[in-house]
Design a protein around this ligand. Structure first.
Ligand SMILES: Nc1ncnc2c1ncn2[C@@H]1O[C@H](COP(=O)(O)OP(=O)(O)O)[C@@H](O)[C@H]1O
Ligand SMILES: [Mg+2]
Length: 239
């Protein structure tokens, strides 16, 4: 990480509020900042709001109030369509479920990323190379993914997310179903890819043992607060 790169803010949240529905508690995120090239480990108990926070950062859901800027673009002011485009062009989302299309080959799954974004279109040759770097040789790359082992599918999913060099990768407990050895190998390749592409990584897990591998550890309870009222209401009295 160079200082020049570090001066850029990749994620900036302040005074954000979100509710899953009008009846559900209000999630408050007072302040969170992530700089370019950082690898951030976001930890917290189950139900503490990790996935909810990632869905906001990924533009899958939207806050009711506050500021949320990703790659210095204000997601709050975008339409749903603009957010979809922004996500396809700039973000890599990794989930525990790999979201691969089982009857397509590994290669076709990787090429799919480029179908949703011109900016991230990669050639067949580059897709083979990327898969190979992740331990999927050209023979495996042409197999339908349901023929691959779980560990191999995980690698294909990582290749699909990394295709076309997303600037920000957000990962939601991607290693929780893996055994220790597969997990360590997976983290190694994720870090390596992030570093060589200059990508920023926000990685969520409840597994504290992983924290030391990251540049920074953020406790979700220091960032997220749940209450029954919006700050707007608290300040302005009852509606
Ligand atoms: N799709 C959803 N609809 C309604 N409530 C949800 C949804 N997803 C999560 N929640 C609620 O939001 C809170 C935080 O959940 P979540 O973000 O999934 O936590 P974590 O990922 O840390 O386990 C929980 O109370 C959960 O029930
Ligand atoms: Mg979760």
């Amino acid at each position: 990480m160079s200082d020049a790169v570090l001066s850029e803010t990749v994620l900036e949240i302040s005074g954000l509020e979100f509710q899953w529905s009008k009846q559900s508690p209000v999630m408050h995120v007072d302040q969170l900042e992530v700089l370019a090239g950082e690898r951030v480990f976001l930890k917290g108990a189950s139900g503490s709001g990790k996935s909810t926070l990632l869905s906001l950062i990924g533009g899958v859901t939207t806050a009711t109030t506050g500021r949320l800027a990703v790659l210095q673009k204000d997601l709050q002011s975008m339409s749903a369509k603009q957010r979809d485009r922004f996500r396809a062009d700039h973000l890599g989302l990794i989930f525990q479920q790999f979201n691969l299309i089982p009857y397509l080959t590994a290669l076709e799954n990787v090429l799919l990323t480029g179908r949703f974004s011109k900016q991230r279109k990669i050639s067949q040759k580059d897709a083979f190379t990327l898969l190979d770097e992740l331990g999927i040789d050209s023979q495996l790359a042409e197999k339908q993914v349901f023929h691959l082992s779980i560990g191999q599918q995980q690698r294909v999913a990582a290749a699909r997310v990394l295709a076309g060099k997303p600037q920000l990768i957000i990962a939601d407990e991607p290693t929780s179903a893996l055994d220790e050895e597969t997990r360590d190998g997976y983290l190694d390749l994720l870090f390596h890819q992030c570093q060589s592409h200059g990508a920023t990584l926000v990685f969520v897990s409840h597994d504290r043992t992983l924290a030391s591998l990251f540049d920074r550890e953020v406790n979700i309870s220091d960032v997220v607060r749940w209450s029954n009222t919006s700050m707007n209401n608290e300040q302005g009295g009852a509606l």
